[in-house]
Every structure is written in C-alpha cells, then in structure tokens.
Design a protein around this ligand. Structure first.
Ligand SMILES: *Cc1c(COP(=O)(O)O)cnc(C)c1O
Length: 369
C-alpha cells in the first residue's frame, strides 16, 4: 500500500477504509519443515501413526459422502466421545481442533468488562483470541519454578483459562488445584485446556458434574496422533455446550468435514492402541529426562509429551541453532523469562537417541573449550 503510494508520487496516508480493518497480531505456529532426514521435535505431534482402524476407515471411505454437507451436529463423533467420558451427548461440543473449540469458547463466554485471567507463560494463542475478540485480559506471572500461583485467580474476573499441563512448561497441577480455582470462581467460566492431559495428568472431567461453570477442552492432535485431521472437543454442562453451539451455528454450521467425523470415531474406539502409544511416549520421556540430566540439563517435572529444558551453562539459543544445523528441530521461544529453555517434543526412541547422541557430543565439546 505504502509502496504503491510512493510509486504514484503521493504522500503515504491512510485510506478511509483502512481505518476499519481489524488490527490483529496473529499466533505464530511452530514451523513445518519437510526434509527427508529431519528429526521433528518442535510442534508436539505424536510420532506414532493413528489407530489402525483410522487407516482402514480412510481406505474404505465412500467418496460419494463428499457430495453432501456433513452433519452440522457432528453427532456420530459427539456420541462416541459422550460414551467414552460417560457424559450426555448434550455435554459434548466438537470443533476443528481445540484451537477452534477454544476460539469459540472465548467468543461465547468472555463478554464481561472484567479482565479474563491466564498465566503470563502459557499457550500463546490465548492473548491472540483475547485481542481478536477485544476481551480485556490480565496475565498473572508464574512463580520462579514455573508454577501457577492459585491465589492470583481469586480476584474478580471475566473468566479463567488454565492449560493443564501448561504449555510450554509441561508442568501439571493436580485436581485439588483445579478444584480450588473453581471454588473461588463460581461467578465466571473456567476453561481448562487439557491438550496434554493424557500423558500423565488427572483430567478435570470428573469435576464437571459438580461445577456447571467448568469447560474441559481436549484434542485429537497430540495423544491421538491426528493433528492433521483437526479434531478437538469441549465437555461441560449442557447449558455451556448449547451456548457454544449457538455461537458456532452463527459463524459456520459445517465445521467438521465428513472424513474427520468418520476417522475421529475410529480413533476413540481403539482404546488399547491409544494407551499403548501413550505408554511408549511416557517411557521414552522418562528415559530422555534421565539422560539429559546427566548432560547438565534441568527441567520441571513433565506430564506432557514434551519437556522444557535448560542447560547449566550453554545458552538455549545456541543449542537450538546447533540442533538446526543437523536438521533436529525443537522449539525455542525468544521471550522474557523463558528464553533460556528449549521445548523438546518426545518422539520415537530412535529419534530421541539421535538427539541425545548429538547433545552428548555438543556438551562434551563445550566442556573442553
Ligand atoms: C496443541 C495445543 C492446542 C491446540 O491443538 P489443536 O491441534 O488445535 O487441537 C491447544 N492448547 C494447547 C495448550 C496446545 O498445546
């Protein structure tokens, strides 16, 4: 726009319609490089394939189904999730990844003039949605050990969002912590984003019958190996779910495409495969933590499929850059308070051995210099 104006020899001034453009600072997702020999540990994807039933359903998918609009209520997926979590179908909301579900929840529930609250270090999409929807917000600081201070959430607010386990810290709070937050916040809606809960935490799902202001959000992207399919869901009191549906039907009725509905159902059905994959990842995580500690790394206790590690003397930014030269991708956040940490996704055992072998050599070379 400015360049055009300069070419035309005019003063670059704001055109009338530009004043009405929504100003947003978008979320920046982790990069998606596609190199033949890369070790991709930067966006917390699951290294194992989706359940075998998902592949079978994909192969047998009747392409004629694509002619028709999908079911706007996503009922087949809602039903299977309701069965799995032993809640009513009217307590389940399904969306295009939990990003869609969370975005809808912000739009639906956070309409107060009081600020909503979430930690200063957490999933960096929350402040983006707050900005997009013009929701006032405050971000109480985590303590020095990267834990949430629950007392910060006792004051009046327009809503609360807690990622548990938190990202990118991997720290998980127990149920009594979530219950305490709920006890102090009966007047606002509390969203617990449980993207990583299956890797060792206790879900707040069981508190839903006690607290009608609690919304639990989960995703198929991490523990169910289906980030590419885009499926997320929220579970809560039927009044919350019906409010979410009203807003969704005011934006786009057909959010879930036909394949995602059918394949999503198959993923939930195979609980044994689900638990096997999680076990493998948890075992690999514990092994990686042990090995990294020997190399001078430390990290908070992880209940996620990633760790948040810092080295005793080598700056994280340097390690990040060195790993990249070997096509080993991890995530580095150049932000105050966390700019000396690396967020490392737990991949397969083979991938983690490649990472550890590199780190062993790298730390040794630094020790000798
Ligand atoms: C990955 C992630 C999500 C979103 O995942 P979807 O792929 O959109 O389901 C939400 N919250 C947190 C904390 C995450 O890490």
């Amino acid at each position: 726009m400015r360049e055009d104006a300069q070419i035309a020899g005019m003063e670059p001034e704001m055109r009338e319609w530009e004043k009405n453009i929504r100003q947003v600072v978008p979320y920046v997702p982790g990069e998606q490089p596609n190199l033949p020999d890369m070790v991709k540990l930067n966006t917390n994807e699951n290294p194992y394939p989706p359940a075998p039933g998902v592949l079978k359903a994909l192969e047998e998918f009747n392409v004629d189904k694509l002619r028709l609009y999908p079911d706007p209520t996503s009922i087949i997926l809602g039903n299977v999730l309701a069965d799995y979590y032993k809640v009513g179908t009217d307590q389940v909301f399904v969306g295009v990844g939990s990003d869609d579900v969370l975005s809808m929840a912000f739009l639906t529930f956070f309409n107060s003039n009081l600020p909503i609250l979430f930690p200063d270090i957490t999933y960096s999409f929350y402040d983006v949605w707050a900005g997009l929807y013009k929701i006032p917000y405050e971000t109480p600081a985590l303590d020095e050990t990267l834990r949430i201070k629950k007392e910060d959430y006792y004051k009046e607010n327009g809503g609360i969002v807690i990622a548990n386990p938190n990202a990118p810290t991997s720290v998980c709070e127990d149920l009594s912590f979530i219950r305490d937050i709920l006890e102090h916040n009966k007047r606002s809606i509390v969203i617990v984003d449980e993207a990583y809960i299956d890797f060792g935490g206790t879900s707040a799902m069981e508190l839903i019958k006690e607290y009608d202001n609690l919304l639990v959000v989960q995703t198929f992207s991490k523990s169910r190996s289906m980030a590419g399919m885009r499926i997320g869901y929220a579970i809560g009191h039927s009044d919350l779910i019906s409010a979410l549906h009203n807003v969704k039907y005011s934006v786009n009725s057909y959010t879930m495409n036909q394949p995602s509905l059918y394949l999503g159902v198959e993923a939930v059905k195979d609980d044994r495969y689900f638990k096997e994959c999680i076990n493998k990842i948890v075992n690999t995580r514990e092994y990686v933590i042990e090995e990294m500690k020997k190399l001078g790394f430390s990290m908070p206790e992880s209940k996620a499929n990633f760790i948040f590690a810092t080295h005793e003397f080598i700056p994280a930014a340097e390690i990040f850059a060195a790993l990249r030269t070997k096509n080993i991708f991890v995530r580095y956040f150049n932000k105050p308070r966390i700019n000396n940490y690396l967020r490392i996704t737990i991949g397969t055992e083979e991938e983690m051995k490649i990472l550890l072998d590199f780190l062993k050599e790298y730390v040794r070379s630094k020790n000798n210099s």
